[in-house]
Design a protein around this ligand. Structure first.
Ligand code: AMP
Ligand code: MG
Length: 528
């Protein structure tokens, strides 16, 4: 591994690397898969790749970190963010964490293919941990290769930036770099492995600490290190919390619960299904993290899960996400028992989750429906709408966007017609929709919101563009064939997801029929 010679701002990047500086590391430099005890991280070097090529980057994230367009254009950028070299000040490591996967304790997991390069301090003074995904094996790789394929890397890159612009708390992505090295994957675990192009994403967040970082220490009975990690996390990532000792830890847990609630409320607002809400995929900052077999709801269906591995139990289905987040927080609370004198603050935190989730989803539902505020009766109005949308096979994004066009004085179904997937279902449910629209229009008339204000409120809560599964797949197909224009156009449009952008109306339509049952468009596997 070489220290890369760079010029420009890249040379000026400042790293303070508090995680490795303040928490104990693995004394062994053995790169082989193994259990790592008494440590929060292991030294890990990215494995170089033959031919790094920058496929896409986020100019917004580059600016946050303190990189200029010239830095991004320099050949050294692709080298560093493919894992072929380090900048001065980088101290690469893989974090040790465990997790509950599909409801079962899975023991040590850890960064098996993610390697943090360092914690950069951006020009605004904020901390940005730069983490490569797909950068080669670490002591946590178990039986896998530490690599990632282009299709899953592109999906992570695209969706994390789209989520940010949608206003959903998320990790960000700086770059997507092709490695020039094939990666063998059996996409559907059906005995058909094939070589796919490899890629590395550099993802960026103030912290990549997960619930599982705490759980692994509790599972091993390492109470001293658990307490240290708690206090480190509070000091580094929650400096605004006041007090000290147990009251501060209590305030911290409540804050983690509140942030998680806000994140999930946003997922439900925009129609995002994470797909693998294991506790190792839950960020302590309440950020959406680890984009794998996620999906976007096209026709509204609370029972839909994009993840083929989840198809049996549907644990991670769209409508179950709020309960799963609560269950995951309960796992975290269990792990934290040793850091508290009593369980009362942990119970209070879980209660806070429920309060914040309820308050936020009411607030967001009111905005989606264009109501000044959410009254208790509106719960019934919303539930009926969701029930109808499910039965009549209605596109979630198009339906809500269309509702803003409704005239409360003369409610008609017309603006909503483009949201229906099936003429037959539309015919079957047209009368019921008509009745619902009548009640909704009456509710709007009783509200005191001016029509322009109402439309603006609704259009700010209901995106026109989301990275629908089939759109991401089209970007992947084109990128694999060497054409990046589809991805770049999609990224551009998704920078302003609430704007009408009439020139890009083709990206706002219903999922086409061909995509209904196509791999990557409706079903995704964990193979990545
Ligand atoms: P995920 O389901 O992506 O959250 O991954 C669960 C665990 O498997 C994490 O510890 C990952 O680091 C690890 N993992 C997933 N894919 C790979 C891979 N290709 N190589 C090494 N570890 C992996
Ligand atoms: Mg993960």
């Amino acid at each position: 591994m070489i220290i890369v010679k760079v010029t420009g701002q890249m040379q000026q990047l400042r790293f303070d690397n508090r995680f490795v500086a303040e928490l104990p590391g693995d004394p062994s430099a053995d790169p082989r898969p193994r259990q790592v005890l008494g440590a929060c991280w292991s030294p890990a070097r990215p494995t170089p790749v033959p031919a790094p090529r920058l496929l896409a980057h986020s100019p917004e994230v580059a600016a946050l970190v303190g990189l200029t367009p010239a830095d991004v254009a320099a050949p050294a950028f692709a080298e560093v963010f493919a894992g072929n070299g380090l900048l001065p000040g980088m101290v690469p490591f893989a974090a040790c964490y465990g997790g509950h996967q599909f409801g079962q304790w899975a023991g040590q997991l850890g960064d098996g293919r993610a390697i943090t390069l360092g914690e950069a301090i951006g020009p605004g003074g904020e901390r940005w941990e730069l983490q490569l995904k797909g950068a080669g094996p670490t002591p946590y790789s178990r039986h896998a290769d530490g690599r990632a394929v282009l299709r899953s890397s592109l999906r992570e890159f695209l969706c994390s930036e789209a989520m940010h612009h949608l206003g959903v708390p998320t990790t960000r992505a700086l770059s997507l770099v092709a490695t020039g090295e094939p990666v063998i994957r059996d996409m559907f675990y059906d005995g058909n492995p094939r070589a796919e192009p490899g890629a590395v994403v550099c993802r960026v967040a103030p912290s990549f600490i997960r619930f599982g970082n705490f759980e692994i220490l509790a599972a091993r009975g390492d109470g001293a290190l658990l307490a240290r990690l708690v206090d480190f996390t509070i000091a580094r990532d929650f400096p605004e919390l006041e007090g000290e000792g147990e009251p501060r830890r209590a305030a911290w847990f409540a804050e983690v619960c509140a942030r998680t609630a806000l994140m999930v409320a946003h997922w439900m607002r925009v129609g995002f299904v994470h797909g693998v809400m294991n506790t190792d995929n839950m960020s302590i900052l309440g950020l959406t993290i680890d984009y794998g077999p996620y999906g976007w709801v096209d026709n509204f269906d609370p029972d839909w899960t994009p993840n083929t591995t989840d198809a049996g139990g549907r644990r991670y289905r769209f409508g179950h996400q709020p309960q799963v987040a609560h269950w995951n927080l309960a796992c975290l609370a269990n792990a934290l028992i040793g850091a508290f004198a009593t369980t009362a603050p942990l119970e209070a935190g879980l209660e806070r989750y429920a309060q914040v989730f309820t308050a936020e989803s009411r607030r967001m539902t009111a905005a989606k429906l264009g109501l000044t505020r959410f009254e208790d009766e509106d719960g019934e109005l919303a539930r009926e709408l969701y029930g109808l949308m499910q039965r009549a096979e209605v596109d979630m994004t198009l339906l809500f966007r269309g509702l803003a066009l409704l005239d409360p004085e003369a409610p008609a179904l017309d603006p909503l017609r483009p949201a229906f997937y099936s003429e037959a279902r539309l015919a079957e449910h047209e009368a019921a929709f008509g009745q619902w629209l009548g009640r909704y229009a009456a509710r709007l008339r009783a509200d005191d919101l001016a029509p322009e204000r109402r439309r603006a409120t609704m259009d700010a809560a209901n995106p026109r563009f989301v990275p629908r599964n089939y759109l991401a797949q089209q970007a992947i197909d084109a990128a694999e064939a060497g054409d990046l224009s589809v991805l770049h156009r999609l990224m551009d449009v998704l920078r302003r997801p609430y704007d009408e952008q009439p020139a890009h109306a083709d990206l706002a339509g219903r999922r086409p029929d061909w995509a209904r049952h196509r791999a990557g468009c409706s079903m995704l596997s964990c193979s990545s």
